[in-house]
Design a protein around this ligand. Structure first.
Ligand SMILES: CC(C)=CCC/C(C)=C(\C)COP(=O)(O)OP(=O)(O)O
Length: 354
């Protein structure tokens, strides 16, 4: 805790001061102070949703299911997809956005990612095969960042993608996203997909080679396979743009990736109990690699999550105090996203054990 406090109370790095001229230290301390409260023992340090509008979530989910049916993802499982409430997820995570079409664009991207995770990476009964994950994802990447080649082979490639509902999901989701995202914001999305796909090939290696990674390596994978893919749409959906020099500033990236990593541990806490014994999640890796009981591993996961969240809050306080109005807004929207995500995990049909 003392390191966290000194992180927050210390001066922003000189670099940051140059980038983000603005408030003085006293304003920063006033902002940061009340936020740095330890959470009660064993409890998740995470906000709750700032808004819950079930009718808006339902509307987005209706349109999502119509789209999924048209392109053929989750065949025969649209009822299940509906019960996951991914449209509701985006409604909760973007509380300042009431336009269903913007929420739908983000939901399509989220579901394209989740379909790739379920059908290519995780669910053997749905056709996932660790030995071919790398090839499948590399082919999928040629939709995300369109591969260029000579026309006769382009025709072969297009024929392949037309038969792959997940390719079609990415193509149409990105087309929809492009209505609202700038070129730079689309570039961010492509970059984040490459990172995500890389992480999934790492996970496939663990399956193929029947290897449980050490905790640090699992956390590296969860850093690449974090909640950043949907979170990078925060400003897109809200109708502003955090410029690249702020978005990619190392301190901003540090805060944002820390938030994404904390958020994905909430996923591990909720999804672990419904995952198969061969799936990887932090409680399971901790139990196996550090010889902890299930309860101890869950408690350790909460601790790690909370440490990440305190780090995020400290960094966000520094950046908000010194930063541009857009950066402040982005960090506040990130906090709101985390709360919406937490509420979704606690209520989605995806993680309710039948
Ligand atoms: C699928 C997606 C939105 C990508 C970003 C975050 C991510 C990879 C997940 C939340 C999926 O993780 P996981 O495979 O553990 O999720 P499930 O437990 O299978 O729902």
């Amino acid at each position: 805790m003392s390191t966290l406090l000194s992180d927050v109370r210390g001066a922003p790095p000189g670099e940051l001061r140059k980038l983000l001229p603005g408030f003085g230290m006293s304003a920063m301390r006033a902002f940061a102070g009340p936020l740095i409260l330890p959470s009660a023992d064993g409890q998740l340090f995470c906000p709750d949703a700032l808004r819950d509008d079930p009718a808006l979530g339902d509307l987005v989910d209706d349109q999502l299911i119509a789209w999924a049916g048209r392109i053929g993802i989750y065949p025969g499982r649209l009822d299940k997809l509906r019960s996951y409430g991914f449209g509701r997820y985006m409604m909760l995570a973007h509380p300042a956005v009431s336009d269903p079409d913007r929420l739908l664009a983000a939901t399509k991207c989220l579901v394209a990612e989740w379909a790739a995770d379920d059908y290519y990476v995780d669910e053997v009964e749905l056709g996932a095969e660790p030995a071919v994950v790398g090839s499948r994802l590399a082919r999928l990447m040629s939709v995300v960042d369109p591969a260029r080649m000579v026309p006769r082979y382009t025709a072969d490639m297009d024929r392949y993608h037309r038969l792959q509902p997940i390719s079609e999901a990415f193509r149409t989701a990105m087309e929809h996203l492009a209505v609202y995202a700038s070129t730079t914001q689309m570039g961010r999305f492509q970059h984040q997909m490459a990172i995500l796909f890389l992480a999934w090939t790492q996970e496939a290696d663990w399956h193929v080679n029947k290897r449980t990674p050490p905790v640090w390596e699992y956390l590296v994978q969860r850093h690449l396979n974090s909640y950043l893919p949907p979170m990078i749409l925060i400003d897109v959906l809200a109708g502003y743009e955090l410029p690249a020099h702020e978005f990619y500033h190392p301190e901003v990236r540090r805060a944002f990736t820390t938030a994404g990593n904390a958020a994905v541990l909430v996923n591990d806490l909720h999804s672990g109990p419904s995952e198969s014994d061969t799936d990887f999640n932090l409680p399971r890796v901790l139990a196996l690699r550090e010889d902890l009981s299930r309860d101890e591993a869950m408690a350790r996961t909460v601790e790690i999550h909370n440490e990440l969240m305190h780090t995020f809050v400290g960094l966000a306080a520094q950046l908000s105090a010194a930063g541009s109005p857009n950066l402040r807004r982005f960090l506040a929207d990130t906090w709101a996203w985390l709360g919406g995500s937490r509420r979704w995990h606690a209520t989605t049909g995806r993680y309710q054990r039948s």
